[in-house]
Every structure is written in C-alpha cells, then in structure tokens.
Design a protein. Structure first.
Length: 102
C-alpha cells in the first residue's frame, strides 16, 4: 500500500524477486510472474482472464498449503503504479497495491 515499505517486503534472490522473512508484518504484497501470483500466505495460478477495458476479472486456483480453491478477483488500475484488487467471495474485500520498482 505504501511504496516506502517496498524494501521491507521484497528482496532479490538469485536475480528473482522474493519476499523478505517478515514481509507479512509490513502488510505483505504480491509477486506476479507470468501466470503465477504469489502472496505471503498463498500461491495462485491464473486459470482465466477477462479484460473489459477498465477492469480485469481473473479466476485463479489458489493454495494456502492445505487446500486448493478457485478464487475470482477483479483488478482495476487505480493510478499510474497502483492497482486495486477486489474479491466478493467469501466476503467483499478491496485491497490497494502499489507497484514497487526493484
């Protein structure tokens, strides 16, 4: 949510972006590489994308290490380096993210 926290959340290991050990203490984040989305607690694989021009709806198979479930997200560009990720199920949630330059 805050670009000044990027260095507390992300690091590069073997020339790849990774989370620092305590990234979840600083609100966590997302790493998107191809069809893979990795969060501090989940790993997802994008199954489908639908771009309606202003929003992108994606369905992803997500695992928390115990169970795998399909999750639907809406992604909206809300600024030059800002997106808002929203989900309606199981509860309605909107989370803003700032792109970190690494």
């Amino acid at each position: 949510m805050d670009a000044s926290a990027c260095n507390q959340i992300f690091t590069k290991e073997n020339n790849k972006l990774a989370f620092k050990r305590d990234a979840d203490l600083h609100a966590g984040g997302l790493i998107v590489q191809g069809k893979q989305i990795t969060g501090t607690f989940q790993k997802c694989t994008i199954k489908s994308l639908h771009d309606d021009g202003q929003n992108v709806r994606l369905i992803a198979a997500c695992s928390d290490g115990i169970a795998i479930s399909d999750v639907t997200f809406d992604v909206k560009l809300s600024g030059e380096n800002t997106i808002t990720l929203s989900s309606k199920e199981p509860v309605s949630v909107e989370t803003p993210y700032v792109r970190c330059s690494m």
